[in-house]
Design a protein around this ligand. Structure first.
Ligand code: BES
Ligand code: MN
Ligand code: ZN
Length: 498
Protein backbone atom coordinates (compact mmCIF):
# COMPACT_ATOMS: atom_id res chain seq x y z
CA UNK A 1 0.00 0.00 0.00
CA UNK A 2 1.15 3.54 -0.72
CA UNK A 3 0.27 6.40 1.59
CA UNK A 4 0.24 10.12 0.94
CA UNK A 5 -1.20 13.23 2.51
CA UNK A 6 -2.90 16.01 0.61
CA UNK A 7 -4.71 19.24 1.33
CA UNK A 8 -7.08 19.26 -1.61
CA UNK A 9 -10.78 19.50 -0.82
CA UNK A 10 -12.52 16.17 -0.41
CA UNK A 11 -14.95 16.96 -3.20
CA UNK A 12 -12.19 17.98 -5.59
CA UNK A 13 -9.93 14.94 -5.32
CA UNK A 14 -10.14 12.14 -7.83
CA UNK A 15 -10.37 8.61 -6.51
CA UNK A 16 -12.48 5.47 -6.32
CA UNK A 17 -13.69 5.71 -2.74
CA UNK A 18 -13.95 8.74 -0.45
CA UNK A 19 -14.16 7.78 3.20
CA UNK A 20 -15.84 9.92 5.87
CA UNK A 21 -15.46 8.71 9.45
CA UNK A 22 -18.76 9.53 11.20
CA UNK A 23 -19.67 9.70 14.89
CA UNK A 24 -22.73 8.13 16.41
CA UNK A 25 -24.93 10.48 18.41
CA UNK A 26 -28.22 9.52 20.06
CA UNK A 27 -28.12 6.20 18.20
CA UNK A 28 -27.87 7.97 14.85
CA UNK A 29 -25.14 8.89 12.42
CA UNK A 30 -24.01 12.46 13.14
CA UNK A 31 -23.85 13.92 9.62
CA UNK A 32 -22.85 17.47 10.51
CA UNK A 33 -19.82 19.03 8.78
CA UNK A 34 -19.30 16.30 6.18
CA UNK A 35 -18.11 17.81 2.87
CA UNK A 36 -19.68 15.07 0.81
CA UNK A 37 -20.83 17.25 -2.05
CA UNK A 38 -24.35 15.92 -1.48
CA UNK A 39 -27.14 18.18 -0.23
CA UNK A 40 -27.44 17.64 3.56
CA UNK A 41 -31.14 16.84 3.21
CA UNK A 42 -30.48 14.23 0.50
CA UNK A 43 -27.69 12.69 2.52
CA UNK A 44 -29.86 12.54 5.61
CA UNK A 45 -32.63 10.86 3.68
CA UNK A 46 -30.35 8.20 2.22
CA UNK A 47 -28.73 7.46 5.56
CA UNK A 48 -31.97 7.36 7.54
CA UNK A 49 -33.44 4.76 5.20
CA UNK A 50 -30.29 2.61 5.20
CA UNK A 51 -30.13 1.47 8.79
CA UNK A 52 -26.59 2.90 9.09
CA UNK A 53 -26.22 4.25 12.62
CA UNK A 54 -22.43 4.88 12.66
CA UNK A 55 -21.78 2.26 15.29
CA UNK A 56 -18.06 1.46 15.44
CA UNK A 57 -16.81 -0.25 12.23
CA UNK A 58 -20.26 -0.01 10.57
CA UNK A 59 -20.03 1.05 6.91
CA UNK A 60 -22.35 2.58 4.32
CA UNK A 61 -21.22 2.93 0.68
CA UNK A 62 -23.14 5.60 -1.28
CA UNK A 63 -22.91 6.32 -4.97
CA UNK A 64 -21.57 9.83 -5.28
CA UNK A 65 -22.60 12.59 -7.63
CA UNK A 66 -21.07 15.65 -5.97
CA UNK A 67 -17.43 14.56 -5.73
CA UNK A 68 -14.65 13.59 -8.07
CA UNK A 69 -14.50 10.25 -6.31
CA UNK A 70 -16.95 7.64 -7.61
CA UNK A 71 -18.14 6.37 -4.25
CA UNK A 72 -18.59 7.74 -0.74
CA UNK A 73 -18.10 5.50 2.24
CA UNK A 74 -19.54 6.55 5.58
CA UNK A 75 -17.49 4.80 8.25
CA UNK A 76 -18.82 4.51 11.81
CA UNK A 77 -16.64 5.67 14.69
CA UNK A 78 -19.22 4.85 17.38
CA UNK A 79 -19.76 7.47 20.08
CA UNK A 80 -17.24 10.24 20.75
CA UNK A 81 -16.99 9.11 24.39
CA UNK A 82 -15.89 5.60 23.46
CA UNK A 83 -13.63 6.21 20.49
CA UNK A 84 -10.02 5.12 21.05
CA UNK A 85 -6.95 4.10 19.10
CA UNK A 86 -8.26 0.62 18.56
CA UNK A 87 -11.55 1.95 17.20
CA UNK A 88 -9.49 3.74 14.56
CA UNK A 89 -7.47 0.61 13.83
CA UNK A 90 -10.55 -1.60 13.52
CA UNK A 91 -12.40 0.97 11.41
CA UNK A 92 -9.43 1.30 9.03
CA UNK A 93 -9.39 -2.49 8.79
CA UNK A 94 -13.09 -2.60 7.93
CA UNK A 95 -12.65 0.17 5.34
CA UNK A 96 -9.66 -1.60 3.76
CA UNK A 97 -11.63 -4.83 3.38
CA UNK A 98 -14.62 -2.95 1.96
CA UNK A 99 -12.36 -1.15 -0.52
CA UNK A 100 -10.84 -4.43 -1.61
CA UNK A 101 -14.23 -6.03 -2.15
CA UNK A 102 -15.28 -2.99 -4.23
CA UNK A 103 -11.98 -3.27 -6.15
CA UNK A 104 -11.32 0.34 -5.20
CA UNK A 105 -7.67 1.11 -5.78
CA UNK A 106 -7.52 4.82 -4.90
CA UNK A 107 -8.87 5.56 -1.43
CA UNK A 108 -9.31 9.01 0.04
CA UNK A 109 -9.81 9.51 3.77
CA UNK A 110 -11.23 12.74 5.18
CA UNK A 111 -9.26 12.88 8.42
CA UNK A 112 -11.62 13.88 11.28
CA UNK A 113 -10.84 16.92 13.44
CA UNK A 114 -8.52 15.91 16.27
CA UNK A 115 -10.59 17.93 18.76
CA UNK A 116 -13.68 15.84 18.08
CA UNK A 117 -11.71 12.58 18.20
CA UNK A 118 -9.60 13.41 21.22
CA UNK A 119 -6.73 11.70 19.38
CA UNK A 120 -3.82 13.65 17.96
CA UNK A 121 -3.08 13.49 14.24
CA UNK A 122 0.09 11.44 14.56
CA UNK A 123 -1.62 8.78 16.65
CA UNK A 124 -4.62 8.77 14.30
CA UNK A 125 -2.47 8.22 11.22
CA UNK A 126 -0.40 5.54 12.95
CA UNK A 127 -3.49 3.63 14.01
CA UNK A 128 -5.23 4.03 10.65
CA UNK A 129 -2.25 2.74 8.68
CA UNK A 130 -1.70 -0.13 11.10
CA UNK A 131 -5.34 -1.17 10.94
CA UNK A 132 -5.53 -1.12 7.14
CA UNK A 133 -2.25 -2.95 6.56
CA UNK A 134 -2.85 -5.53 9.26
CA UNK A 135 -6.42 -6.23 8.13
CA UNK A 136 -5.39 -7.07 4.57
CA UNK A 137 -2.62 -9.44 5.63
CA UNK A 138 -2.96 -12.43 3.28
CA UNK A 139 -3.51 -16.03 4.34
CA UNK A 140 -3.77 -19.10 2.16
CA UNK A 141 -0.73 -18.33 0.05
CA UNK A 142 0.01 -22.05 -0.20
CA UNK A 143 -3.21 -22.61 -2.13
CA UNK A 144 -2.31 -23.29 -5.74
CA UNK A 145 -3.01 -20.37 -8.02
CA UNK A 146 -3.56 -17.91 -5.17
CA UNK A 147 -1.60 -14.71 -5.50
CA UNK A 148 -1.25 -12.22 -2.66
CA UNK A 149 -3.19 -9.28 -4.13
CA UNK A 150 -1.92 -5.80 -3.31
CA UNK A 151 -5.30 -4.06 -3.50
CA UNK A 152 -6.06 -1.33 -2.54
CA UNK A 153 -2.97 0.45 -3.79
CA UNK A 154 -2.99 4.13 -2.93
CA UNK A 155 -4.41 5.90 0.09
CA UNK A 156 -4.60 9.66 0.48
CA UNK A 157 -5.24 11.29 3.84
CA UNK A 158 -7.05 14.59 3.31
CA UNK A 159 -6.39 17.39 5.81
CA UNK A 160 -5.26 21.04 6.14
CA UNK A 161 -1.58 21.64 5.43
CA UNK A 162 -0.94 22.51 9.11
CA UNK A 163 -1.65 18.91 10.04
CA UNK A 164 0.55 17.21 7.45
CA UNK A 165 3.73 16.99 9.51
CA UNK A 166 2.05 15.04 12.30
CA UNK A 167 0.07 12.87 9.91
CA UNK A 168 3.20 12.01 7.95
CA UNK A 169 5.08 11.02 11.11
CA UNK A 170 2.18 8.77 12.08
CA UNK A 171 2.00 7.14 8.64
CA UNK A 172 5.71 6.31 8.72
CA UNK A 173 5.45 4.75 12.17
CA UNK A 174 2.25 2.89 11.36
CA UNK A 175 3.85 1.24 8.33
CA UNK A 176 6.74 0.00 10.48
CA UNK A 177 4.55 -1.36 13.25
CA UNK A 178 2.23 -3.08 10.77
CA UNK A 179 5.02 -4.69 8.84
CA UNK A 180 6.66 -6.03 12.02
CA UNK A 181 3.32 -7.51 13.03
CA UNK A 182 2.71 -9.04 9.61
CA UNK A 183 6.23 -10.44 9.51
CA UNK A 184 5.52 -12.24 12.79
CA UNK A 185 2.15 -13.51 11.50
CA UNK A 186 3.76 -14.98 8.43
CA UNK A 187 6.27 -16.93 10.52
CA UNK A 188 3.51 -18.33 12.75
CA UNK A 189 1.37 -19.32 9.78
CA UNK A 190 4.08 -21.25 7.97
CA UNK A 191 3.52 -25.00 8.43
CA UNK A 192 6.00 -26.81 10.65
CA UNK A 193 7.34 -29.04 7.86
CA UNK A 194 8.45 -25.87 6.09
CA UNK A 195 9.32 -23.67 9.04
CA UNK A 196 11.91 -25.89 10.74
CA UNK A 197 14.46 -24.41 13.18
CA UNK A 198 16.94 -24.07 10.33
CA UNK A 199 14.38 -22.30 8.15
CA UNK A 200 13.51 -19.97 11.02
CA UNK A 201 17.19 -19.12 11.34
CA UNK A 202 17.32 -18.38 7.61
CA UNK A 203 14.26 -16.13 7.84
CA UNK A 204 15.78 -14.27 10.79
CA UNK A 205 19.07 -13.89 8.96
CA UNK A 206 17.43 -12.49 5.84
CA UNK A 207 15.42 -10.03 7.92
CA UNK A 208 18.51 -8.97 9.88
CA UNK A 209 20.42 -8.39 6.66
CA UNK A 210 17.63 -6.29 5.20
CA UNK A 211 17.49 -4.15 8.35
CA UNK A 212 21.23 -3.77 8.79
CA UNK A 213 21.47 -5.94 11.90
CA UNK A 214 24.16 -8.44 12.78
CA UNK A 215 23.04 -12.05 12.88
CA UNK A 216 24.75 -15.03 14.45
CA UNK A 217 23.35 -18.55 14.34
CA UNK A 218 24.67 -21.18 16.72
CA UNK A 219 24.50 -24.79 15.51
CA UNK A 220 24.48 -27.96 17.62
CA UNK A 221 28.27 -28.17 17.97
CA UNK A 222 28.45 -24.54 19.06
CA UNK A 223 25.65 -25.02 21.58
CA UNK A 224 27.40 -28.13 22.89
CA UNK A 225 30.45 -26.00 23.66
CA UNK A 226 28.22 -23.72 25.74
CA UNK A 227 26.61 -26.71 27.51
CA UNK A 228 23.13 -25.69 26.38
CA UNK A 229 21.49 -28.86 27.65
CA UNK A 230 18.04 -27.28 27.53
CA UNK A 231 17.93 -26.41 23.83
CA UNK A 232 19.87 -29.53 22.85
CA UNK A 233 17.71 -31.78 25.04
CA UNK A 234 14.43 -30.51 23.60
CA UNK A 235 15.79 -30.71 20.06
CA UNK A 236 17.41 -34.14 20.25
CA UNK A 237 14.23 -36.07 19.35
CA UNK A 238 13.84 -34.36 16.00
CA UNK A 239 15.53 -34.87 12.65
CA UNK A 240 15.40 -31.08 12.34
CA UNK A 241 18.25 -29.92 14.57
CA UNK A 242 17.89 -26.94 16.93
CA UNK A 243 19.51 -23.54 16.55
CA UNK A 244 20.15 -20.44 18.63
CA UNK A 245 19.53 -17.26 16.68
CA UNK A 246 21.13 -14.02 17.87
CA UNK A 247 20.44 -10.64 16.26
CA UNK A 248 22.20 -7.46 17.23
CA UNK A 249 20.96 -3.96 16.50
CA UNK A 250 23.51 -1.36 17.49
CA UNK A 251 21.39 1.77 17.54
CA UNK A 252 22.80 3.27 20.74
CA UNK A 253 23.82 6.87 20.08
CA UNK A 254 25.74 7.41 23.31
CA UNK A 255 27.32 5.52 26.18
CA UNK A 256 24.15 6.09 28.15
CA UNK A 257 21.95 4.28 25.59
CA UNK A 258 20.46 1.21 27.23
CA UNK A 259 20.97 -2.37 26.13
CA UNK A 260 17.72 -4.32 25.88
CA UNK A 261 17.48 -8.04 25.28
CA UNK A 262 14.45 -9.73 23.71
CA UNK A 263 14.11 -13.49 24.04
CA UNK A 264 11.43 -15.52 22.24
CA UNK A 265 10.36 -19.15 22.45
CA UNK A 266 10.81 -20.78 19.05
CA UNK A 267 9.38 -24.29 19.25
CA UNK A 268 8.52 -24.85 15.59
CA UNK A 269 6.22 -27.72 16.55
CA UNK A 270 5.28 -28.98 20.00
CA UNK A 271 4.00 -32.56 20.02
CA UNK A 272 4.73 -32.71 23.74
CA UNK A 273 7.54 -35.18 23.06
CA UNK A 274 7.41 -38.49 24.95
CA UNK A 275 4.75 -36.86 27.19
CA UNK A 276 2.72 -36.73 23.98
CA UNK A 277 -0.16 -34.28 23.68
CA UNK A 278 -3.66 -35.53 22.80
CA UNK A 279 -4.42 -35.48 19.07
CA UNK A 280 -7.24 -32.94 19.11
CA UNK A 281 -6.04 -29.50 17.98
CA UNK A 282 -2.41 -30.54 17.99
CA UNK A 283 -2.07 -28.71 14.67
CA UNK A 284 -2.30 -25.44 16.59
CA UNK A 285 1.08 -26.23 18.10
CA UNK A 286 2.67 -24.96 14.91
CA UNK A 287 2.19 -21.61 16.65
CA UNK A 288 4.53 -22.56 19.49
CA UNK A 289 7.13 -20.28 17.97
CA UNK A 290 4.84 -17.26 18.40
CA UNK A 291 7.26 -15.74 20.93
CA UNK A 292 10.15 -16.05 18.50
CA UNK A 293 8.03 -14.46 15.77
CA UNK A 294 7.06 -11.64 18.14
CA UNK A 295 10.63 -10.74 19.16
CA UNK A 296 11.84 -10.92 15.55
CA UNK A 297 8.97 -8.65 14.49
CA UNK A 298 9.75 -6.28 17.36
CA UNK A 299 13.42 -6.19 16.39
CA UNK A 300 12.45 -5.31 12.83
CA UNK A 301 10.26 -2.44 14.07
CA UNK A 302 12.95 -1.13 16.45
CA UNK A 303 15.53 -1.19 13.66
CA UNK A 304 13.22 0.57 11.21
CA UNK A 305 12.38 3.23 13.79
CA UNK A 306 16.11 3.71 14.36
CA UNK A 307 15.64 3.82 18.13
CA UNK A 308 18.48 4.94 20.39
CA UNK A 309 19.10 1.53 21.95
CA UNK A 310 21.31 -1.51 21.61
CA UNK A 311 18.99 -4.42 21.09
CA UNK A 312 19.98 -8.07 21.38
CA UNK A 313 17.39 -10.55 20.17
CA UNK A 314 17.84 -14.17 21.19
CA UNK A 315 15.71 -16.97 19.75
CA UNK A 316 16.18 -20.57 20.84
CA UNK A 317 14.48 -22.74 18.26
CA UNK A 318 13.82 -26.48 18.31
CA UNK A 319 11.19 -29.05 17.40
CA UNK A 320 9.72 -31.09 20.28
CA UNK A 321 9.19 -34.64 18.95
CA UNK A 322 8.79 -38.15 20.46
CA UNK A 323 11.57 -40.41 19.20
CA UNK A 324 14.11 -43.01 20.24
CA UNK A 325 16.57 -40.17 20.79
CA UNK A 326 14.12 -37.91 22.59
CA UNK A 327 14.54 -36.86 26.21
CA UNK A 328 12.33 -38.82 28.63
CA UNK A 329 10.64 -38.07 31.92
CA UNK A 330 13.23 -38.61 34.71
CA UNK A 331 16.16 -37.54 32.51
CA UNK A 332 18.44 -34.99 34.17
CA UNK A 333 20.04 -32.40 31.92
CA UNK A 334 22.59 -29.67 32.61
CA UNK A 335 21.77 -26.17 31.49
CA UNK A 336 24.20 -23.54 30.17
CA UNK A 337 24.34 -21.81 33.57
CA UNK A 338 25.41 -25.11 35.17
CA UNK A 339 22.12 -25.88 36.91
CA UNK A 340 20.81 -29.44 36.64
CA UNK A 341 17.16 -29.99 35.72
CA UNK A 342 15.07 -33.12 36.01
CA UNK A 343 12.63 -33.39 33.15
CA UNK A 344 9.38 -34.63 34.68
CA UNK A 345 7.26 -33.82 31.65
CA UNK A 346 8.74 -33.44 28.18
CA UNK A 347 5.80 -31.18 27.27
CA UNK A 348 7.16 -28.48 29.57
CA UNK A 349 9.86 -27.84 26.96
CA UNK A 350 9.58 -24.08 26.47
CA UNK A 351 11.15 -23.26 29.83
CA UNK A 352 14.09 -25.54 29.00
CA UNK A 353 15.05 -23.78 25.79
CA UNK A 354 14.31 -20.37 27.34
CA UNK A 355 16.51 -21.08 30.36
CA UNK A 356 19.56 -21.40 28.11
CA UNK A 357 18.53 -18.43 25.97
CA UNK A 358 17.95 -16.16 28.99
CA UNK A 359 21.38 -17.10 30.29
CA UNK A 360 22.86 -16.29 26.88
CA UNK A 361 21.01 -12.94 26.75
CA UNK A 362 22.40 -12.10 30.20
CA UNK A 363 25.95 -12.32 28.85
CA UNK A 364 25.55 -8.94 27.12
CA UNK A 365 24.70 -7.38 30.53
CA UNK A 366 21.39 -5.92 29.37
CA UNK A 367 19.62 -3.20 31.35
CA UNK A 368 16.30 -4.86 30.57
CA UNK A 369 15.23 -8.29 29.35
CA UNK A 370 11.80 -9.07 27.93
CA UNK A 371 10.87 -12.58 26.91
CA UNK A 372 7.76 -13.67 25.01
CA UNK A 373 6.61 -17.28 24.93
CA UNK A 374 3.59 -19.44 24.23
CA UNK A 375 4.54 -21.03 27.51
CA UNK A 376 1.54 -22.42 29.39
CA UNK A 377 -1.99 -23.65 28.87
CA UNK A 378 -2.52 -22.44 32.45
CA UNK A 379 -2.16 -18.85 31.27
CA UNK A 380 -4.85 -19.42 28.63
CA UNK A 381 -7.16 -20.86 31.30
CA UNK A 382 -6.51 -17.87 33.57
CA UNK A 383 -6.68 -14.99 31.07
CA UNK A 384 -8.23 -16.30 27.85
CA UNK A 385 -7.23 -15.02 24.42
CA UNK A 386 -7.42 -11.25 24.84
CA UNK A 387 -4.61 -10.82 27.36
CA UNK A 388 -1.07 -12.02 27.73
CA UNK A 389 0.19 -12.79 31.23
CA UNK A 390 2.91 -10.43 32.47
CA UNK A 391 5.28 -11.53 35.20
CA UNK A 392 8.19 -9.32 36.17
CA UNK A 393 10.65 -8.21 38.82
CA UNK A 394 10.55 -4.62 37.56
CA UNK A 395 7.97 -1.91 38.19
CA UNK A 396 9.40 0.08 35.29
CA UNK A 397 8.91 -2.79 32.83
CA UNK A 398 5.43 -3.51 34.17
CA UNK A 399 4.43 0.16 33.70
CA UNK A 400 5.99 0.38 30.22
CA UNK A 401 4.38 -2.83 29.00
CA UNK A 402 0.98 -1.88 30.42
CA UNK A 403 1.15 1.47 28.66
CA UNK A 404 2.40 -0.12 25.43
CA UNK A 405 -0.36 -2.74 25.65
CA UNK A 406 -3.05 -0.09 26.08
CA UNK A 407 -1.83 1.79 23.03
CA UNK A 408 -1.18 -1.15 20.69
CA UNK A 409 -4.15 -3.09 22.07
CA UNK A 410 -1.83 -6.04 22.62
CA UNK A 411 -2.89 -6.07 26.22
CA UNK A 412 -1.07 -7.59 29.17
CA UNK A 413 -2.36 -8.53 32.61
CA UNK A 414 0.04 -8.44 35.50
CA UNK A 415 0.31 -11.72 37.44
CA UNK A 416 2.41 -12.16 40.58
CA UNK A 417 5.91 -13.61 40.61
CA UNK A 418 7.40 -14.26 44.04
CA UNK A 419 10.16 -16.37 45.54
CA UNK A 420 7.64 -19.08 46.37
CA UNK A 421 7.10 -19.59 42.61
CA UNK A 422 10.84 -19.94 42.16
CA UNK A 423 11.09 -22.36 45.08
CA UNK A 424 8.26 -24.51 43.71
CA UNK A 425 10.58 -25.52 40.86
CA UNK A 426 13.38 -26.87 43.05
CA UNK A 427 14.10 -30.53 42.33
CA UNK A 428 14.43 -33.74 44.32
CA UNK A 429 17.20 -35.31 42.26
CA UNK A 430 18.64 -32.17 40.72
CA UNK A 431 18.73 -28.39 41.29
CA UNK A 432 15.48 -27.85 39.46
CA UNK A 433 12.59 -29.80 37.94
CA UNK A 434 10.65 -28.65 34.89
CA UNK A 435 7.21 -29.40 36.32
CA UNK A 436 5.62 -27.63 39.30
CA UNK A 437 2.23 -28.04 40.96
CA UNK A 438 -0.83 -27.79 38.68
CA UNK A 439 -2.09 -24.66 40.41
CA UNK A 440 -0.65 -21.36 39.26
CA UNK A 441 1.09 -22.97 36.29
CA UNK A 442 1.80 -19.69 34.49
CA UNK A 443 3.56 -18.27 37.54
CA UNK A 444 5.61 -21.36 38.41
CA UNK A 445 6.77 -21.53 34.78
CA UNK A 446 7.96 -17.94 35.21
CA UNK A 447 9.50 -19.02 38.53
CA UNK A 448 11.52 -21.63 36.64
CA UNK A 449 12.76 -18.99 34.17
CA UNK A 450 13.76 -16.72 37.06
CA UNK A 451 16.52 -19.21 37.93
CA UNK A 452 18.23 -18.22 34.66
CA UNK A 453 18.03 -14.44 35.03
CA UNK A 454 20.37 -12.34 37.14
CA UNK A 455 18.31 -11.05 40.08
CA UNK A 456 19.50 -7.49 39.62
CA UNK A 457 18.47 -7.35 35.95
CA UNK A 458 15.06 -5.86 35.18
CA UNK A 459 13.18 -8.65 33.46
CA UNK A 460 9.66 -9.22 32.21
CA UNK A 461 8.18 -12.50 31.05
CA UNK A 462 5.17 -12.31 28.73
CA UNK A 463 3.14 -15.50 28.35
CA UNK A 464 1.38 -15.16 24.99
CA UNK A 465 -0.08 -18.69 24.77
CA UNK A 466 -3.62 -17.20 24.61
CA UNK A 467 -3.37 -14.25 22.21
CA UNK A 468 -0.69 -15.43 19.76
CA UNK A 469 -3.09 -17.38 17.58
CA UNK A 470 -6.68 -16.67 16.59
CA UNK A 471 -9.05 -19.34 15.37
CA UNK A 472 -11.28 -16.71 13.83
CA UNK A 473 -10.76 -13.54 11.84
CA UNK A 474 -10.94 -10.17 13.59
CA UNK A 475 -11.33 -6.62 12.27
CA UNK A 476 -7.56 -6.24 12.04
CA UNK A 477 -6.48 -9.70 11.00
CA UNK A 478 -7.42 -13.04 9.46
CA UNK A 479 -7.38 -16.41 11.24
CA UNK A 480 -4.00 -17.71 12.30
CA UNK A 481 -0.99 -15.99 13.80
CA UNK A 482 -1.91 -12.61 15.26
CA UNK A 483 1.65 -11.30 15.50
CA UNK A 484 0.85 -10.52 19.13
CA UNK A 485 3.85 -9.11 20.97
CA UNK A 486 5.76 -7.56 18.08
CA UNK A 487 4.06 -4.17 18.31
CA UNK A 488 3.78 -4.46 22.09
CA UNK A 489 7.48 -4.99 22.71
CA UNK A 490 8.61 -2.49 20.06
CA UNK A 491 6.36 0.14 21.64
CA UNK A 492 7.66 -0.77 25.12
CA UNK A 493 11.24 -0.31 23.89
CA UNK A 494 10.22 3.03 22.39
CA UNK A 495 8.74 4.08 25.76
CA UNK A 496 11.79 2.86 27.71
CA UNK A 497 14.26 4.83 25.59
CA UNK A 498 12.21 8.03 25.28
N1 BES B 1 3.25 -24.87 24.09
C1 BES B 1 2.61 -25.34 25.26
C2 BES B 1 1.69 -24.29 25.90
C3 BES B 1 0.50 -23.87 25.11
C4 BES B 1 -0.75 -24.42 25.38
C5 BES B 1 0.57 -22.90 24.15
C6 BES B 1 -1.86 -24.01 24.68
C7 BES B 1 -0.54 -22.48 23.43
C8 BES B 1 -1.77 -23.04 23.70
C9 BES B 1 3.66 -25.71 26.30
O1 BES B 1 4.85 -26.20 25.80
C10 BES B 1 3.07 -26.79 27.13
O2 BES B 1 2.82 -27.84 26.61
N2 BES B 1 2.86 -26.51 28.39
C11 BES B 1 2.31 -27.45 29.30
C12 BES B 1 3.12 -27.36 30.56
C13 BES B 1 2.81 -28.41 31.57
C14 BES B 1 3.25 -29.76 31.06
C15 BES B 1 3.50 -28.05 32.84
C16 BES B 1 0.86 -27.07 29.54
O3 BES B 1 0.57 -25.88 29.61
O4 BES B 1 0.03 -27.96 29.63
MN1 MN C 1 4.81 -28.29 25.45
ZN1 ZN D 1 5.38 -25.59 23.93
Amino acid sequence: MRWSITKTQATETAGDLLVFPVFQKNDQADLKNLATGTKPADLKKQVSTSGFDAKATGLLPLFSTGTKASWLLLAGLGTAEKVGLDTIRRLAGAVAKQARSMKADRILVAVPEKESLGIDDEAFARAWVEGAEMALFAVGILKTGKKAKELPGSWKLLADATRHKDLRAGVLEGEKFASGCNFARDLVNQPPNLLTPIKMAEEAKAMAKAEGMKCKILNVAQMEKLNMGGILGVGQGSVNPPRLIVLEYKGGKSRKSPTIALVGKGVTFDTGGISLKPGANMDLMKSDMGGAAAVLGAAQIVARLGLDVNLVTVVPTAENMPDGNAVRPADVITMANGKTVEILNTDAEGRLILGDALWYAGKSKPDYIMDAATLTGACVVALGHHFAGLMSNSGELIDSLKQAGGETFERVWHLPLIDEHKDAMKGTWSDLKNLGPREGGAMTAAGFLAHFVDETTQWAHIDIAGPSYSEKATATGPVGGTGFGARLMARAVQILVS
